[in-house]
Design a protein. Structure first.
Length: 165
């Protein structure tokens, strides 16, 4: 199973402020939907609560430390490893880790792919993407998108794959 992280990250590493995205990028939202449709999504409880509902056409696995946390419309796990096991048992071929910051920190060393949207600004942020060694990754694809009425800032979509050991 391929373990992928998907995130929008500004040039200063910011990913959210007050549990919300600090920008409006319709192109990134469309890319996120296209890439993740039909797959399992792994997210932390705060990320799930910020979204407010399971995303249609995908299976949500919510990670929480709360032992009695229950969601009727999502799967609940108590660690990244548990969440990955749930996806693997379901015969998932590619699972997507979608945040937040703590979940990215816990899963980066396990990831095979990074689908990053680099947002060309330094927005106000209180949660940051973990630092990673760029030389450990191969850029497989990149596409620049200018700002326009639907996309608040210019951005670059990237696909990185971990270098073989």
């Amino acid at each position: 199973m391929i373990i992928s992280i998907i995130a929008a990250v500004d040039e200063c590493g910011g990913i959210s402020v007050h549990n919300r995205l600090p920008w409006r990028l319709k192109a990134d939202q469309k890319r996120f939907k296209r890439l993740t449709m039909g797959h399992h999504l792994i997210m932390g409880r705060k990320t799930y609560e910020a979204i407010g509902r399971p995303l249609p056409g995908r299976t949500s696995i919510v990670i929480t430390r709360k032992p009695d946390y229950f969601l009727s419309d999502c799967l609940v796990a108590h660690s990244v490893e548990d969440a990955l096991s749930i996806a693997e048992i379901s015969q998932e071929d590619e699972v997507f880790v979608i945040g937040g910051g703590d979940i990215f920190n816990q899963s980066l060393h396990l990831a095979n792919r990074l689908y990053l949207t680099i947002v060309h600004t330094c927005a106000q942020a209180d949660v940051f993407f973990p630092k990673y060694q760029q030389e450990g990754w191969i850029e497989k694809w990149s596409s620049y998108h200018p700002a326009n009425e639907d996309n608040q800032y210019p951005s670059t979509f990237k696909l990185l794959e971990r270098k073989p050991v």
